[in-house]
Design a binder for this molecule. Structure first.
Ligand code: 13P
Ligand code: SF4
Length: 361
């Protein structure tokens, strides 16, 4: 396994310098009556526009609840993509981050795709600019290009396969069995985990998730000693030292299923804190402990909550349903190229029954 030496360091360095991790947004607190009235107005707007909410597990619990109350869906990135294609809504309102809205639009060009804010991006997407990535692929023409869903439409358009954390392992296993060498981008931690599990020949782009990279192995080890009967659940965007302590490594849906199905009473969870809403809903009797993001006295940038996911709120959801000003548009030539590797992933998932909707739905 090799970590990619970036062939165009200037471009890459500039992209990293430009990336600003935003502060956690502070939304004005809403009283119960105010919140109910706001939710009622959103429900009405959704009905009037035949619009459907699709929310990720990391967004605020009020948004997840509203998606479920209004016939929408709360899911991981793979299921969000599939749900969009199955829905007969005219408008999809994606509560999550920009690559999720873009994937919805790539798969459903005839639908309007809105987001509460288009500013909700992702450190993996930001750290993989299309120009530098394309040059890197050009330098390794004998490699199959596999990109994580957390990338721009342009980067997907340059790839052979798109994967999410739910399906990365079986797809790379499949390619490795065919003797293919792989370029993997952008998450080096997930890439390294997949490489270790499959033994595939992989060149890794040097990207990371600012949220999962903060989980620390030594601090997790201390918490495990305090809770020796707890199962440790880890999202594979986390560093090796954290993954190595896990009882279950998996996508958000796989971690939620683990809380429901494992006999343990306590769980230490190394992923974005937004996931606790769904875990509590499906397994209210279980005790959930947030994995530590740093040792004593250390600081954390995100403190286990994605600052871009946190940009989604009831307030800007209502605004976008009125103004339609946060709409995803994708150049048609790029869309036509990007849809191929995404559809390849969805077909692979369907043929092998991977990532089917939760039994509880
Ligand atoms: P999932 O596909 O597991 O939901 O992950 C998406 C993501 O952005 C994790 O940080
Ligand atoms: Fe991107 Fe990390 Fe936020 Fe997921 S949690 S959207 S990978 S920055």
């Amino acid at each position: 396994m090799t970590t990619a030496a970036i062939d165009t360091p200037d471009l890459e360095t500039r992209a990293r310098d430009r990336m600003q991790v935003p502060k956690q947004p502070e939304w004005p607190a809403l009283g119960d009556a105010e919140k109910t009235a706001l939710k009622d107005r959103i429900k009405q707007l959704l009905r009037e526009q035949n619009a459907m909410l699709v929310a990720h597990y990391y967004v605020d619990g009020d948004l997840q609840a509203l998606a479920e109350e209004t016939g929408g869906y709360v899911a991981d990135s793979l299921e969000m993509a599939r749900f969009g294609t199955e829905s007969d809504a005219d408008t999809l309102v994606v509560c999550g981050v920009r690559f999720m809205g873009e994937t919805a639009k790539i798969l459903n060009p005839e639908k309007r795709v809105l987001m509460p804010t288009l500013a909700a991006t992702c450190s993996l997407d930001e750290g993989c600019p299309a120009g530098a990535f394309s040059a890197f692929c050009d330098a390794h023409p004998d490699h199959t290009v596999v990109v994580y869903a957390n990338t721009s439409a342009e980067v997907k358009a340059r790839s052979d396969w798109v994967v999410t954390s739910s399906i990365a392992l079986p797809i790379v296993e499949y390619l490795h069995a065919k003797g293919e060498k792989i370029i993997w981008a952008p998450d080096k931690h997930l890439g390294h985990y997949v490489q270790r599990m499959t033994g595939a020949d992989m060149l890794l782009w040097d990207g990371a998730c600012v949220v999962h990279e903060e989980f620390k192995g030594f601090a997790l080890d201390r918490v495990r000693r305090l809770h020796p009967d707890a199962a440790v659940l880890v999202h594979p965007e986390s560093p090796d030292e954290v993954v190595d302590q896990a009882d279950v490594v998996g996508s958000t849906t796989q971690l939620i299923k683990a809380v429901q199905s494992m006999p343990n009473q306590e769980f230490i969870v190394a992923t974005d804190a937004g996931i606790f809403w769904k875990m509590h809903q499906l397994a209210p009797e279980k005790t959930l402990i947030a994995a530590p993001t740093a040792g004593e006295g250390a600081t954390c940038e995100s403190c286990a909550h994605c600052p871009w996911m946190a940009m989604n709120a009831l307030q800007n959801l209502e605004q976008v349903l009125r103004s339609h000003d946060q709409e995803i548009h994708i150049d048609e030539a790029i869309r036509q190229r990007a849809v191929v590797p995404i559809q390849r992933m969805l077909d692979f998932a369907r043929e092998r029954g991977i990532g089917a909707r939760r039994d509880s739905d």
